[in-house]
Design a protein around this ligand. Sequence first.
Ligand SMILES: [Zn+2]
Length: 464
Amino acid sequence: MNYSSYLNRDYKPHAAGDTKRPPRLHRKHLHLLAIFSVTAGLVALFSPSHDAEATRQITQQASPASGQVAREEILDLPLPLPQQLGKSRSEPRQPQDLPWKSVTVRSGDSLSLIFSRLELSPQQLHAVVEADEGGKLLTALRPGQKLHFQIEENTLQAIKYIISPERSLYVTRKGESFNSNVIEHPVEIRLTHASGGIDSSLYQSGSEAGLSDNIIMELANIFGWDVDFALDIRKGDQFALLFEEHYLDGDKLRDGKILAAEFTNRGNTYRAVLFTNAEGQSQYYSPEGKSMRKAFLRSPVDFHRISSKFTRERYHPVLGKKRPHRGVDYAAATGTPIKAAGDGKVIFRGVKGGYGRTVVLQHGGSITTLYAHLSNFRRGVGNGSRVKQGQVIGYVGQSGLATGPHLHYEFRINGAHRNPLTVKLPDAEPLPAKYREEFAQQSGQLLAQLDLFKRVQLAEAGEQ
Ligand SMILES: [Zn+2]
């Protein structure tokens, strides 16, 4: 899916009177932060994981280029690390002067097929697989993975198996049997900061700040409950975030998680912090511990699929007269999935006059949502069905009185229409009380870090 084209196309600056201001972009790596001290060894692979408390030290200095007085602040962040098992990170000793023969795993391949292609005996295969726990890893090969063999006159000496960029398995001959060990390559986690002002679209400004599509989408997902990224973005909106990047041997492997973020939309600033509880579940909360999620989606169609909205009161093109419009219309391609805005029950599914194919959901006692002009209903979602928030209930179309494909969406409280774009949505479950203290500590540190970056950014902007 190419989000960029959607996002580029869909975001338009709305405020006409804004003074022209170049987007302020900023991105800085914190100097070498944390080596995810990963351990080698099979015990770790086959025993339940333990949380070991460790401290990650972050040292932040103004960049030398800025010419500022270097400032240094040290923050201690608690970070769960895999239990240390004291294994080496160096490769085990290999037979010298024996070339490695590389094999790429094909679709439908197995270790025994590979062994027979290499003319290695079934006895050796057996010895490898039975060697110890490590041999079992070789029974779960995936196409495209690489295996390297050292073979001397049809006698296997060693196998090197690249399980992932971070993990390799070594199987080495020891007399008539084999030993194995897993080498974990240390992944370095760098904490990165990025921020920017939105000039035309979140996607464009995010890209200019060096953010990947994934991080931009993630940012939009975090704040998508409060900000309608399809309809509400204005020139001058701003974002700032603190996120992890994973590096291996100096090369970036992938983006990690967004740890803290801030989004200012039309003068309202929203902040979010990631909190991971003792059970390993992660969720974003406001600094006050409220869930960033809401009991209702702000928009029942994915924001990057929406091309425009219509005015709220308009001359009805089909009826030929002006009439109040009591919902929001999201223009999107026919067939675009429509999601249930919240948990609820289907109380109507059928054709409803000018609404065409329509679904009405009842949420709790007082709230109903209505979805109209559908091209089709989702199979299996009928009258009386229970639906979960985000579950697809139908598809955008133009049934009933509609001039083009769009979703007509209404939100009612006790039968009275409310503007779905501005209605105050009920919160999802807040942070459980037992985590409050831990959360306060974690979030305080992360937000302090985010503020620190913003101060450095402001100082640098002031010098230019
Ligand atoms: Zn409408």
